[in-house]
Design a protein around this ligand. Structure first.
Ligand code: SF4
Length: 181
């Protein structure tokens, strides 16, 4: 016998965290941030065939100030790294990052001085997506897994530890820690 049996029909018990998590995961707005070939698959996922709109994600924003998801689609050059970090810093909290493809996740086949060996040297990453390039179905799978993470994130607890680790890496690499302004 549970508490539900004593409630009038139509009454549902939940927590504020669950409601906030539901609202956040069903209205994620990605920042447009295609860097290389993987961006073509990301754009494909936004088309009518794969229909990101059913997850509340049809709005790819041109401004980071109206986005809470950064999809790093493609290799990150050393010159682009501070720009990427600045865009990330301009996104309001809470925010999430998907590293799309092996180049964004680890540098991929570009093991050289010009390419950052994984975007987690620059920003904290929530989801790593393998493939060269990953198909739109794989991107959708990553989005759904990220939804689970968002749903179960406690209020105010998002990635404090990860930010510290990323900033340590950036300091070791001498990348500028840019302001949010
Ligand atoms: S993972 Fe492959 S498709 Fe994606 S940016 Fe790298 S080379 Fe291009």
């Amino acid at each position: 016998m549970g508490l539900e049996e004593k409630l009038p029909s139509g009454i549902l018990l939940t927590t504020v965290e669950q409601i906030v998590g539901l609202a956040r995961k069903t209205s994620m707005w990605p920042a447009t941030f295609g860097l290389a070939c993987c961006a073509i698959e990301m754009m494909s996922a936004g088309g009518p065939h794969y229909d990101l709109a059913r997850f509340g994600m049809e709005k790819f924003g041109a401004t980071p100030r109206q986005a809470d998801l950064m999809v790093v689609a493609g290799r990150v050059s050393q010159k682009m790294a501070p720009v990427l970090r600045q865009i990330y810093d301009q996104m309001p909290e809470p925010k999430w990052v998907i590293a799309m493809g092996v180049c964004a996740s680890s540098g991929g086949m570009f093991n050289n001085y010009a390419i950052v060996q994984g975007v987690d040297h620059v920003v904290p990453v929530d989801m790593y997506l393998p493939g060269c390039p990953p198909r739109p179905e794989m991107f959708l799978d990553a989005v759904l897994k990220l939804h689970d993470k968002v749903q179960n994130t406690k209020l105010g607890a998002h990635r404090e530890q990860e930010i510290t680790e990323t900033e340590e890496r950036m300091l070791r690499r001498s990348l500028p820690l840019v302001s949010k302004d």
